[in-house]
Design a protein around this ligand. Structure first.
Ligand SMILES: [Zn+2]
Ligand SMILES: [Zn+2]
Length: 365
């Protein structure tokens, strides 16, 4: 079928709407009319992969319009949210840990779906897919393995980002760290992933939740979402590091720290902000960490530094939990989302990159 999609040819191009051909669903695939898609910084990374043309977007949600012949768990009319793609056959997938699929990069960043082919084309030539979904489009043909059913009374624009950015932050707390109720946690970086971690830490009952960020607006929002303390890294007393600021207000360091920035200096401070035997989760691809002393800061402080993908989330299990928390008012994702009409995708991208909005979501209705 033919549809409108946002096509990118050069990394620096703005999104351009073009007609693209989408393959019909077969086997375990469904055809979904997309109603919303979040924007994530990984879409910017997708532009640099050298695949051209490509349709980006990997936080889609919508309504099923057609089923492949072997679809078991979904019906036409079901509301669904998308998540990442995985092979379903490797050791990690078989163990129920698709976030560590051995083919994760190949499938999500390789321009093709799990079957090794792209569902998208123009004039008979393949168009690269992204995350097995390419959600900056009117429709997607996607495996039922990568979608999660969502109750019809929930606004899909609020749920679309759960499939990547939100589960990454929330999962780092609820799946990876699993803090006890009286423990303490610091979050470095106040974007959508960091805020998701803060909301999750509140759900987990952390006694102290410290947000470390760079602007007053974000830090005020962090407090609204559950942070008990905030540190503006640009307003530290001369000579004090972010880690020392956290140590000072947490009585010797937090139990856990999460870095969402990928910045080497922030990562170093996140590690140094924890107490003896603290745990640190790194969620963003890292820059170089200069002058870091692993002997002093990791080994002799008995700390654990953890890398995790997609918040250790199995989306079919974790996303429904987050949706339930949202419905109960305990995970107020609506406070960080700004909606744009699909036609304003480029504006949404510019505003996201400029830090004017926390989580942009385009809507196709
Ligand atoms: Zn796999
Ligand atoms: Zn993402």
């Amino acid at each position: 079928m033919k549809m409108k999609a946002a096509v990118v040819r050069q990394a620096t191009d703005p999104y351009k709407f073009e007609e693209v051909e989408l393959a019909e669903p077969k086997n375990d695939e469904v055809l979904v009319r997309i109603t919303a898609s979040g924007l994530c910084h990984t879409d910017e990374f997708g532009r640099t992969l050298g695949m051209s043309p490509i349709v980006l977007g990997h936080e889609g949600a919508g309504i099923i319009e057609k089923l492949g012949e072997n679809v078991k768990d979904f019906a036409v009319g079901d509301h669904v949210a998308f998540s990442y793609a995985f092979c379903g056959h490797c050791k990690s997938c078989v163990q129920g840990r698709p976030q560590y699929c051995e083919k994760f990069n190949e499938i999500n960043f390789g321009g093709v779906g799990a079957d090794g082919q792209s569902k998208l084309s123009q004039n008979g030539q393949p168009v690269a897919m992204f995350f097995g979904q390419s959600s900056f489009a009117q429709y997607a043909t996607i495996s039922e393995e990568s979608i999660v059913k969502i109750d019809e009374d929930v606004d899909l624009a609020m749920i679309a980002p759960f499939g990547c950015g939100v589960q990454t932050g929330a999962g780092a707390v609820l799946n990876t760290l699993r803090p006890h109720v009286d423990e303490t946690l610091a979050v470095f970086g106040c974007g959508a992933v960091g805020f998701s971690a803060i909301m999750a830490a509140k759900v987990a009952g952390c006694r102290q939740i410290i947000a470390v960020g760079g602007n007053e607006y974000s830090l005020a929002l962090a407090k609204e979402l559950g942070a008990t303390d905030v540190i503006n890294r640009k307003q530290l007393p001369a000579g004090q590091t972010m880690a020392q600021a956290v140590q000072a207000i947490s009585n010797g360091g937090v139990n856990y720290a999460i870095d969402t920035s990928g910045n080497g200096n922030m990562i170093q401070n996140a590690i140094q902000s924890t107490c003896l035997n603290g745990k640190i989760v790194l969620l963003a691809p890292s820059g170089e960490v200069e002058n870091f002393d692993f002997g002093k800061d990791v080994l002799m402080a008995y700390r654990t530094v953890i890398g995790c993908c997609e918040g250790d989330s199995n989306p079919k299990i974790f996303i429904p939990r987050l949706v339930q928390l949202y419905k109960e008012g305990r995970f107020p994702i609506d406070k960080i989302i700004t909606k744009y009409p699909f036609e304003q995708l480029e504006q949404a991208r510019e505003d996201s990159n400029a830090g004017k909005v926390i989580k942009a979501v385009v809507t196709m209705e």
